[in-house]
Design a protein around this ligand. Structure first.
Ligand SMILES: *[C@@H]1O[C@H](CO)[C@@H](O)[C@H](O)[C@H]1NC(C)=O
Ligand SMILES: *[C@@H]1O[C@H](CO)[C@@H](O)[C@H](O)[C@H]1NC(C)=O
Ligand SMILES: *[C@@H]1O[C@H](CO)[C@@H](O)[C@H](O)[C@H]1NC(C)=O
Length: 447
């Protein structure tokens, strides 16, 4: 079925009071963190006897650190090698310190951090605010200061603090307290919080102004699983709740829709491209959870797509939004650099969630998407490596999107001083939070 989209844009001029955001300023995560994280692919496999190459062990992390460098991931920005659950002994030491599993991490965590640093990378670790981690290892409750100090002594660069076996109502106090102790060590460590998601599960309304103030990133929704269905529930959640979620993102503080599962078992090639494109629009951390020893070249190419990574890492740090959703077709847009006067450039993702097995056409003018710069935009396709030259706001673009696939474009604003100045006089300045462009649903026409 061919579809054409004749849409118009409504500028919603709801004025949201400009509130100064008080954010965690530890100098870290100015753009969304990038790296490799064990959990989604390797889980809590502790059976090094029968599965020595895949169990959670220092060997696995050293191998992945090696591959992040040798296979070119570090060159495109992947930096952190992050341990997740199941690295601990079940008991603390006599003096109360956390101890890494003696069989699986015989050299200890400091040695592993040293190894990761020797590769020019950074080292992340996992703990839990409650009495236990989700897999039942000792949590930090009762040991907040000691554990923060231990991580600093081990030269950790990134701490993910989960929220199992904890009271969600205590998190408003507990997460800031652990953050305070991290800060007091004097060692800059990215602080990744699971605080809002556990409160949302408990029916509470998270206090995002406090979360922004204390965390560099946080999880809002379910753990990602190895399936397209799981991925769809995540981008539906971020789209459906975008008005609450988007304003919380910015340099130093990010929403985390969870790991990239590209290159594993559950996503097709098209679906993998969709995850990468939408994570870039969402200004999401790019944490690969995949076996870098066996990943196929086409999936590696998706993870290493520099143009999409550049959208994700855009210095403005404005999270994008879903601007159109109807009959299985979605359009997502993210304001990015370069800017010219009051005009932004954009990352634009066209997603086809239809299951009829032929590509769908989406046709729309740039101005229908909210791109009004009179000087036009230099438009290119970020997967196909095709440049469309400079298009005016009146140009109709038509993209063919494969089922469960994506087309992602980048539209860079073109400065033309005289024209723009003239246009400016007739307009109030564009503010991504104040003037939300939306493609009107009713204007969607099916042929
Ligand atoms: C954690 O353990 C303490 C001491 O046993 C207990 O009082 C508290 O209720 C536990 N917290 C949770 C969330 O289970
Ligand atoms: C600790 O917090 C202060 C105040 O926000 C900040 O300037 C400093 O960089 C932080 N230090 C570390 C190590 O996180
Ligand atoms: C949310 O956190 C902020 C900053 O810590 C605090 O000032 C405010 O009182 C909190 N709001 C609620 C409703 O608890």
């Amino acid at each position: 079925m061919k579809m054409s989209l004749k849409a118009s844009v409504v500028i919603v001029s709801v004025v949201i009071a400009a509130t100064a955001v008080l954010a965690l300023e530890n100098g870290l995560a100015r753009t969304p963190p990038m790296g490799w994280l064990a959990w989604e692919r390797f889980r809590c496999n502790t059976d090094c006897k029968n599965d020595p190459d895949n169990c959670i062990s220092e060997k696995l992390f050293r191998t992945m650190a090696d591959l992040v460098v040798s296979e070119g991931y570090a060159d495109v920005g992947y930096e952190y090698i992050n341990v997740d659950d199941c690295w601990l002994e079940k008991e603390r030491s006599f003096s109360g310190q956390l101890v890494a599993d003696r069989q699986r991490f015989p050299s200890g965590m400091r040695a592993l951090a040293d190894y990761v640093h020797s590769k020019g990378l950074k080292f992340g670790i996992y703990e839990d605010f409650g009495n236990y981690t989700c897999a039942g290892y000792p949590g930090v409750l009762g040991y907040l200061q000691l554990d923060a100090q231990t991580f600093a002594e081990w030269d950790v660069d990134y701490v993910k603090l989960d929220g199992c076996y904890a009271h969600p109502s205590e998190m408003d106090r507990g997460y800031p307290e652990f953050g305070y102790h991290l800060n007091r060590t004097g060692r800059p460590m990215i602080y990744s919080c699971s605080w809002p998601v556990y409160q949302i599960y408990a029916g509470m309304q998270p206090n995002f102004s406090s979360i922004i103030e204390h965390c560099n990133l946080w999880r809002n929704y379910d753990d990602i699983q190895d399936s397209w269905k799981s991925l769809e529930t995540i981008f539906d959640y971020y789209g459906d709740n975008q008005d609450v979620i988007i304003p919380n993102a910015g340099p130093g503080h990010w929403n985390d829709p969870d790991m990239l599962i590209i290159g594993n078992f559950g996503l097709s090639y098209e679906q993998s491209k969709t995850q990468m494109a939408l994570w870039a629009i969402l200004a999401a951390p790019l944490l690969m959870s995949v076996d870098l020893r066996t990943i196929r070249p086409e999936y590696k190419a998706i993870l290493q797509n520099k143009k999409i990574i550049a959208v994700d890492q855009d210095p403005l740090g404005i999270q994008g939004r879903r601007i159109y959703k109807h009959s299985g077709i979605e359009i997502w847009a993210r304001p990015i650099t370069p800017t010219f006067q009051n005009y932004y450039s954009y990352g634009l993702a066209f997603v086809n969630r239809r299951v009829d097995g032929t590509p769908s056409d989406i046709a729309v003018t740039l101005q229908e998407l909210g791109l009004y710069n009179p000087g036009g935009y230099a438009v290119e396709d970020l997967y196909e490596d095709v440049s469309y030259g400079v298009l005016t706001p009146q140009t109709k673009i038509k993209v063919k999107v494969n089922p469960s696939g994506v087309v992602i474009l980048r539209a860079d604003v073109r400065p033309t001083r005289a024209l723009a100045q003239q246009f400016l006089e007739a307009r109030t300045p564009y503010d991504p939070y104040q003037q939300v462009f939306q493609v009107r649903r009713s204007s969607f026409q099916k042929k």
